[in-house]
Design a protein around this ligand. Sequence first.
Ligand SMILES: C[S@@+](CC[C@H](N)C(=O)[O-])C[C@H]1O[C@@H](n2cnc3c(N)ncnc32)[C@H](O)[C@@H]1O
Length: 344
Amino acid sequence: MGTSSPGPAGPADYFTPSPLNGLLYGHIHSAALRAVAVHGIADLLADGPRTAEDLAASAGLHAVSLRRVLRLLAGHGLFTEDARGAFELTENGLPLRTDVPGSRHATILLVSGEMFGRAADGIVDTVRTGTPSFETAYGVPFFEHLAASPAERQLFDAGMAAVSGPIDDRVAQSYAFPGSGTVVDVGGGRGGLLRAVLTREPALTGVLFDRPGTVADHLLDIKEVRGRWSVEGGDFFSAVPSGGDIYLLKHVLHDWDDDDCARILDAIRRAADPGKRLLVIDAVLPEGSAPHPAVALDIAVMLLMRGRERTAKEFERLLSRTGFRLNRILPTPSLPSIIEAEAV
Ligand SMILES: C[S@@+](CC[C@H](N)C(=O)[O-])C[C@H]1O[C@@H](n2cnc3c(N)ncnc32)[C@H](O)[C@@H]1O
């Protein structure tokens, strides 16, 4: 392999920075991130800078290899290295720690892990067949696999909770929730959003509804919301808790194709009286091919599940098909918007 660098006007080649190379070698950078997360290096730096040799001795690692990986990530601004070879976390690297607010550690383990990796490997076939590569690789749909594999379910639920942690407060503050009544979070994961909503509105009560294993690991045990919540395990294709004043569906519809979304929405419509509100919280894609951060998420849900990100028109069609009227779409300071609908 050659090592020549490009001339000023020549095309970028072989690992030199370029849009194409950023994409082509992205998995190497992601793998380096994974190594650091799996070996808990960031937590070992909580008390200050340490050399690769010192870190390797603590974590039982190969010092020279670790230093090379840290050097790559230092180039991305996650660490700095001082003159004596000691590495320190930068502000951008801080979310690698497990014990900080906004930690991304569980998300890194999920996204760089085997399930996402095998799904990504199968993209060639998904583009040929339309079948999610996860299903081809594992022989069952994503959530069925999780139901049979508690360790991977926990990996997913923790990764989702870490993805949602910073989003939940921003969503909760972007909507004028009523001062009283009951909020039902359908497919609410470990309950981060419900917790954020109930914390802001001290007279609201809430129900967290998700698969039984997931709600068992809920995050609702905090004093700010004490006595105002319950959890229920079940299957949102069959039935969801009735009697809610507001139903939430955050990052749920994007996991499913239109027919499955209609089954979930039907179940909510059966549980919700006319006039009750549904808030779908998902990214809203622009029409056309304008660059948008949710376009990459669209590929992830295409490979893992039978999901897709949707435009405003697509949400409107889906909602009206199942007895909801789309009222308005509210932006949040985060990627997802709040699509407010009403049971008719
Ligand atoms: C992408 S996660 C979103 C979780 C949460 N709403 C959030 O934003 O962090 C999708 C959720 O749907 C739940 N789910 C999947 N299939 C389900 C089913 N049949 N019944 C109930 N919940 C289900 C999963 O357990 C998971 O928590």
